[in-house]
Write a protein that binds this ligand. Sequence first.
Ligand SMILES: Cc1ncc(COP(=O)(O)O)c(C=O)c1O
Length: 393
Amino acid sequence: MSALMQTYARLPVNFTHGEGATLWDEQGRRYIDALSGIAVCSLGHAHPNVTRAITDQAGKLLHTSNLYGIESQEQLGQTLCELSGLDTAFFCNSGAEANEAAIKIARRHGHAKGLASPKIVVFDGAFHGRTLATLTATANPKAKEGFGPLVEGFIRVPYGDAQAVAELAEQHSDIAAVFVEPVQGEGGVRVPPKGYLSDLRKLCNQHDWLLMLDEIQTGIGRTGEWFAFQHEDIAPDVMSLAKALGNGVPVGACLAGSKAAQLLQAGSHGTTFGGNPLACRAALAVIESIQEDQLLGKVQQQSQYMLQHFQHALEQQSGVVDIRACGLMIGIELAHPCAELVAQALHEHQLLINVTAGNTIRLLPPFVMTQEQIDFTVDAVISLTQQFLKAAA
Ligand SMILES: Cc1ncc(COP(=O)(O)O)c(C=O)c1O
């Protein structure tokens, strides 16, 4: 019996090393990774710039604590603020922690407005993490089973419908913030209607609510912009990041704009490891590499290419409900639960993919796939889907 808590239903393969979009297992078999460790390794595996930055830093200094200055943390904060147009950053170690910081900022904003019990608007289909507050903000009831009592102060409405949020203003006078994923990842690669974030921005301005974006999955280039909100001409008040920020080195960040930038002060929030020199050097190397190799444009081109091929091959196929993409977040929604496709892709094609929300094949390829790897992935996914639908018919 494994000494690990059984929190994951793992597939029976152990990877030993990787390079770009390629992984090798213990038997020396080669795989193509179209999942990037769930939107983490956007630069692929063993990226030389990231490896160089962390080995250099590991030989110098790993940790001193946030009781002292950390130059690379200052630099990373500055860089993320320049890229996003926001003003301040708090660094932590994961997505859930970045969202915890956002939730605490919303509470502070509410109390500053004189609300005794401030509420945060969250959405059907949302995923924000596994800590108690982020689990409460998450929609999936199964993920919450057996963990009550959860945290107070959240109101849930349908995703993608700004009118549903507008109507809340008439019913609730104690809302402090709207907390939303620009594209829902775990919720099934749900891309909201164009203008949705702008509509939410207007509502937040109108009612003095913070617009807080969970860009943990969408951020750092995944959608073809640095941040998904940059597809619309708006800025959030708060934004959380993690996943791809360190390309596999754990690092999260909560950024805030002017209205929210000073709500957390010394003594009101913190974390021992947050923003340590190793994590910050990794994140700086990630950002530089995306810039140097002009990967944002590449994400958009690859997205178009893959989407067109999937649409051409699968759109008319009965059993395919919808094909969605925003940059390199790609979802193929089927009419049937299809979780078994993950193992099939692994064993039959040596390809790493994912199924989310029960019936949506999800691809989160690294930005550095070769054309050959992209074509392999597209052909394998089309073949798996057609075979699955034939069997299900
Ligand atoms: C949108 C979003 N928010 C938050 C999280 C939680 O991040 P972490 O697993 O690093 O705590 C995830 C993870 O999948 C996510 O996709």
